[in-house]
Structure formats: structure tokens, C-alpha cells
Design a protein around this ligand. Structure first.
Ligand SMILES: Nc1ncnc2c1ncn2[C@@H]1O[C@H](COP(=O)(O)OP(=O)(O)OP(=O)(O)O)[C@@H](O)[C@H]1O
Length: 634
């Protein structure tokens, strides 16, 4: 029986807070339910804790559950829990002050006025007071679990005052919150809507939540369960529930950490390719962040470095207040520590997999390498990142083969201190790159890089296990010259006489005159075997692939001025020498030099207009077919 109604005024700051809450337009009103359910869950946690200690409680057998009920016609929602409840003093102290974190933070930001209050509030949550985003009137009936307590009814419209009434033994234990909705919030008196809000924000609350008698949260917060109790199927089900992926995860990491921060994490490596999806939306990664089973933020990016963005999962920490704002989260030291720990644990898992289950790691690499390669910017874990990289190389039979930098080192020639690499669009393109010829001759392995990020990786790593990473184009030819040839030339070309060596130097000068400013220098090549000529970046400059990328970014397509190297032993160049000696300004000589130069440009990807090359080639073919028919007497 109700009796002794007393009226109280809210403290000034609460009146101010309520004023903002009741008079704002919101970006996300759903969170009022999250706040009330979290309070209910906390209240029941307290009951569970006290009864485990043997404390005598009111209605000890009462089931711990949260009930959300709605009355569409009356525009009402009721949330009931069987938790610890409150006595009159607690009620005044808890609901009448602004001690809790969310509201305090909210007031601070609202006072600073940097952002519109209405846009902040939807993201913040302001504890119990959030209810006034949707409520015209709230009746909170509560009875403390302490034996001998009485039921108390608190009522307010959220404007300045609230009343408290004793209600005797009306309920047996817990709290019931009856919300009369504002007209603008009538939509919430809808069971489907309420169910979906519960699923979104409170799905893993450890007590059953019923909406109009139907349990909504059926998935346990697996990350908080002891590992040994969880089966592989449970992990897989949870993963599918989390990601909507129909396949099972490739690997699962269940992490429980107490120091330096407390958190539980359940992480999964998807068994499907992450590349394109990720690159279409590079921001769409991160782990779901929970605080005591309540969702704080979905796909929270600060919890993972981008290169591990293919990992899916959840993190739950007790140390984070529920009402923390996104802005505060970004600067949160705790989140930074969790990220560091998670990164280390994931890298350890990948290292172990690479060592013990190489085939599985290869699959992982194929699925996620495009994302993982972004890790070249993780300076803290540079060596570990480098150790996990995989490359195709000249020792493999086809483009499918993969090896680590460590494996490359194990195959290095005695005295070799560099890891060589060459970039190109395909294995075929790299194999035809004249810069690789000397490596083939010397039997030195070259890593084949097919993706633009690979060059950035090499450039930022610079070395691995004290071996320098060197682009084959920029290799020190003197060093390479010290290694014996592995391939013996089928028929060694005859050495040039002293006279012809001098003539050849003159030919080089003539080539320089023909090409003019288009080349920096023309010289005899030490690196070529099969090709007659190639372009080389002047000493110390960047690799051609990197140069191309930089030009692409700057939208500049002018061919860079490089050195032009000529293979003195190539039959074509020997013929050029003969022609040169006969007539140094022979038209055929001119045409062939132009053709060689443009072919080299084409190979480097710099020839934007092939018309001249094609017509010159046709002319040369026409001439050579004339000679051919003559020689063959056709
Ligand atoms: N259902 C409930 N049962 C028992 N006590 C409650 C209930 N709801 C609220 N309270 C009490 O009221 C206090 C204030 O709640 P409010 O939601 O405003 O903030 P909070 O939950 O303490 O803080 P925060 O939201 O930052 O975690 C709670 O700490 C709790 O003591």
C-alpha cells in the first residue's frame, strides 16, 4: 500500500543534465535500453556475489533474469530485474547525484560546448538518465535484497523534481522501471525493435534477457568462459554468429590476460580471402569492444593494427567504464596496452603456425597477405613482421612457390650478404627482366615481388638478420663478379681486338649522340647475358618500380633519364659494330639504336606511344625479310 509520498528536487547539475536530455534530438536513442539492462545486470551480479558469500538475502530462490515488456497501445515499456534493489537512502544517493562516469564526462563536454549536446548524448549514454531521451514519465519501483527492506517507488518526469513513496511489501526483491514513452519515442513500444536493440548491445549479458517472455540473448559470452570447457564447435558457432561467415575459422585465439591490463579476447582468423573486401573499405576492421559483456563499440579500430585487420573477434575488459565516449577511447592508454598485448600474441601465434604447420600458414598467407603486408609500418615488431613474410623466388618452379627470408638466407652463396629482389607484374615479366640475367648466370637467388607494397616493405625494412635487402637493379656488380659463374655460356664470344674495343667505345659515343638527352650515359654492360641492352638507374637512385610508383602518385609519365647499358658480346651489338665501322652514320644503325632504346623503355613500362616503335619494327622486318629471301635463294 502506498503511503508517505515525499517530493525532492534534483541537484542543480542533474537538472541541467536532464534539461539537455529531454530537450535534445538524438543520433542514437537505442542506448537507453543498454544502460538500463547494464544496471540490471550489475544489480544481479551483486546478488550472485553476495549469495556466493552466504549473505542472507530476500527471496534467495528468485531467478536472476531481466524482463523487458512492452504495451504498444499504452506506449509503455517495463524493465524488471531481480537484482540487489535499493533502499530509500541508496535511491536518493544513486539516482539523485551525478557521480558516475558517463554523465560526468557528458557534462564536461557539454559545458565545453565543442560539439552539439544532442549529437554527443546519443553516443555517450548517461546511465540511468538516458531513459529521459524516450520517457515522458518514469516510475521506478525497487526493493533492496537486504532482509527487512521495504518497497520504494520513485517517480519523475525528468524535470526538476522526483517523488519517493513507500510501498510496503509490494515486490519481493529487485527493480522495476516503468517507462511512459514520449510521443516521439512511441516506436520503442514494439517487441521486435526491443529485441533487436538487446541483440545489438546486450547480447552477451550473462543473465537471460526476455522481451515479452521470449529469451533474446542465447549466445554465451564465450570469451569469459574457461577455455577447457569450450569445444571446437562452440568456437566455430560463435565465429559464424559474429561474422556471418559460413566457413569455419582457420584458427582461434582465446586470450585471458590479467596484467598489465585485465582483458579477455576471443579472436579468429577467417578462412577466406580478406584482400578485396578490406581494400574496398580499409577502415572496416577492428574488434568488438565489450565492457563486462556489454557492447561499447563494434569493430573498434584502436584494438588492432591495420595489418592484422583480417582478424575478427571480441575484447572484453572490466577496466573500462561503460559510458566512455569514442573520443576518450581513442586516447585511452588501456586500449593501447590491450592492442600491444593482442598484437604480440597474434604474432606469436602466426610464428608458431608458420613453424609447426607450414601448410596452414601458407593458406593463411594466401588469404591475408595483402592486408598483412601493411605491417611494414609497425616499427615495434619489425623483425617479427619480416620473419612472417613470404615471397616467390627464382628457385621456385612457378609463381605458387613461397619462401621466407630466413629460407633465402639459408640458401645464400658463401660470402653473400645481400638478399636480392626484383619487381614486376608477373613471374614471366621478372624472368625477362635483363637485370636478372647476371643473377641467373651466377646462380644467385632473387626474390620476385609482384605487388606494389612489396617495394615499400623492402625499402622500410632495409635488412633482415644483418643481410641487406637489395633491388637486383641496384646490385653492386663488383660484388656479384666475385662469385663464380654457375651457368657456362654455350659458346663464349670471341674477345674484341684492341682496335675493335676502341671502335666499340666510339660506337657507344655514337649511340649517346643518337639518343641525346634521353639517356644519361651509354656504357658497356657487365650484367647482361641474353639481352642486347637495358636501362639502369644512375648510381644510388631508387629502383625503377619505386620510381614508377612515385611518378604514378605525382601523375607524371615522363620517362626518367637513365644510363643505357649495351651488351658488347651480344651478336646484334657485334653486328652494329661492323655497320658502324663501315659507315658511322648508317641509317640502319640509327634505326636499330632507336629500336633498342624504345624496347628497353617498353620493358620498363615507360613507352606511352608505341606507334613509332611499331612502324620502325615493321620497316626493319621488311628489310630483314628481303635479306632472308636473298640468302635463302627464295
Ligand atoms: N536496476 C538497478 N538495481 C539496483 N541499483 C541500480 C539499478 N539501476 C541503477 N542503480 C544504482 O544507481 C546507480 C546509478 O546508475 P547509473 O546508471 O546512473 O550510473 P552507473 O551505472 O553507476 O554508472 P555508469 O553508467 O557510468 O556505469 C548505480 O550505480 C546503481 O547503484
Amino acid at each position: 500500500m502506498a503511503s508517505q509520498e515525499t517530493t525532492h528536487s534534483f541537484k542543480a547539475e542533474i537538472t541541467q543534465l536532464l534539461d539537455i536530455i529531454t530537450n535534445s534530438i538524438y543520433t542514437n536513442r537505442d542506448i537507453f535500453l543498454r544502460e538500463l539492462i547494464s544496471n540490471a545486470s550489475d544489480a544481479m551480479d551483486k546478488v550472485r556475489f553476495l549469495s556466493s558469500k552466504g549473505t542472507e538475502l530476500l527471496a534467495p530462490e528468485k531467478e536472476l533474469r531481466i524482463d523487458v515488456a512492452c504495451d504498444k497501445d499504452a506506449h509503455k515499456i517495463t524493465i524488471t530485474d531481480s537484482g540487489i534493489g535499493m533502499n530509500a537512502e541508496e535511491l536518493v544517493a544513486n539516482i539523485g547525484t551525478i557521480a558516475h562516469s558517463g554523465s560526468a564526462a557528458f557534462m564536461k563536454e557539454a559545458a565545453e560546448g565543442g560539439e552539439q549536446a544532442d549529437s554527443i548524448i546519443g553516443r555517450f549514454g548517461v546511465g540511468f538518465y538516458s531513459v529521459f531521451m524516450v520517457a515522458k514519465n518514469v516510475v521506478l519501483t525497487t526493493r533492496s535484497a537486504t532482509p527487512g527492506s521495504k518497497t520504494i517507488v520513485w517517480e519523475s518526469t525528468g524535470t526538476g523534481e522526483y517523488s519517493i513513496t513507500d510501498a510496503g511489501d509490494e515486490m519481493d526483491r529487485g527493480t522495476k522501471i516503468e517507462i511512459e514513452l514520449k510521443e516521439s519515442a512511441f516506436e520503442f513500444a514494439n517487441p521486435e525493435r526491443l529485441q533487436s536493440i538487446v541483440r545489438e548491445h546486450s547480447n552477451f549479458v550473462s543473465f537471460p534477457i526476455y522481451v515479452d517472455g521470449e529469451q533474446v540473448n542465447t549466445q554465451p559470452a564465450l570469451w569469459r568462459e574457461p577455455k577447457f570447457q569450450i569445444t571446437k564447435e562452440q568456437y566455430a558457432d560463435f565465429y559464424k554468429f559474429l561474422t556471418y561467415d559460413s566457413k569455419e575459422p582457420q584458427d582461434t585465439l582465446h586470450i585471458n590476460v590479467d596484467a598489465p591490463v585485465q582483458f579477455n579476447a576471443l579472436l579468429f582468423i577467417p578462412d577466406s580471402e580478406s584482400g578485396q573486401m578490406f581494400f574496398n573499405d580499409p577502415e572496416a576492421y577492428g574488434l568488438d569492444l565489450y565492457s563486462r559483456r556489454v557492447l561499447i563499440d563494434r569493430r573498434h579500430r584502436e584494438l588492432l593494427p591495420q595489418y592484422l585487420g583480417f582478424i575478427r573477434g571480441v575484447v572484453d575488459t572490466e577496466d573500462l567504464p561503460l559510458n566512455i565516449s569514442r573520443e576518450t577511447l581513442q586516447e585511452n592508454l588501456l586500449i593501447g596496452k590491450i592492442r600491444t598485448t593482442i598484437t604480440k600474441q597474434i604474432l606469436s601465434r602466426l610464428e608458431k603456425m608458420a613453424k609447426d604447420e607450414a601448410e596452414k600458414y601458407t593458406t593463411l598467407w594466401k588469404n591475408h597477405h595483402r592486408v598483412f603486408k601493411l605491417g611494414y609500418s609497425d616499427f615495434m615488431n619489425r623483425d617479427r613482421f619480416a620473419g612472417l613474410l613470404r615471397f616467390n623466388s627464382s628457385v621456385h618452379e612457378d609463381a605458387e612457390g613461397l619462401c621466407s627470408l630466413e629460407e633465402y638466407i639459408s640458401r645464400m652463396k658463401e660470402g653473400q650478404k645481400e638478399i636480392y629482389y626484383l619487381s614486376g607484374n608477373s613471374r614471366e615479366a621478372i624472368r625477362l627482366n635483363p637485370h636478372g640475367e647476371i643473377f641467373r648466370r651466377k646462380g644467385i637467388e632473387v626474390l620476385y615481388l609482384y605487388e606494389p607494397t612489396d617495394e615499400f616493405i623492402m625499402d622500410s625494412l632495409r635488412e633482415f638478420k644483418e643481410c641487406k635487402l637489395v633491388c637486383a637493379e641496384q646490385a653492386d656488380l663488383k660484388k656479384l663478379g666475385e662469385f663464380a659463374d654457375a651457368e657456362t655460356a654455350e659458346s663464349a664470344p670471341e674477345a674484341l681486338s684492341d682496335d675493335d674495343a676502341k671502335n666499340f667505345d666510339d660506337l657507344l659515343k655514337a649511340i649517346k649522340d643518337i639518343l641525346g638527352e634521353r639517356v644519361k650515359d651509354v656504357r658497356v654492360s657487365e650484367r647482361l647475358n641474353d639481352s642486347p641492352a637495358c636501362l639502369v638507374s644512375p648510381d644510388g637512385s631508387i629502383s625503377s618500380q619505386m620510381q614508377k610508383m612515385m611518378q604514378y602518385m605525382a601523375q607524371d609519365s615522363t620517362p626518367p633519364v637513365k644510363d643505357f647499358e649495351i651488351n658488347r658480346d651480344h651478336p646484334l651489338c657485334r653486328n652494329l659494330l661492323k655497320i658502324f665501322k663501315g659507315n658511322s652514320s648508317d641509317d640502319f644503325l640509327q634505326k636499330t639504336v632507336e629500336q633498342l632504346f624504345e624496347s628497353a623503355l617498353l620493358q620498363e613500362g615507360y613507352l606511352s606511344d608505341p606507334h613509332a616503335l611499331v612502324s620502325r619494327m615493321n620497316e626493319i622486318l621488311e628489310k630483314s625479310s628481303d635479306w632472308y629471301t636473298e640468302i635463302k635463294h627464295l
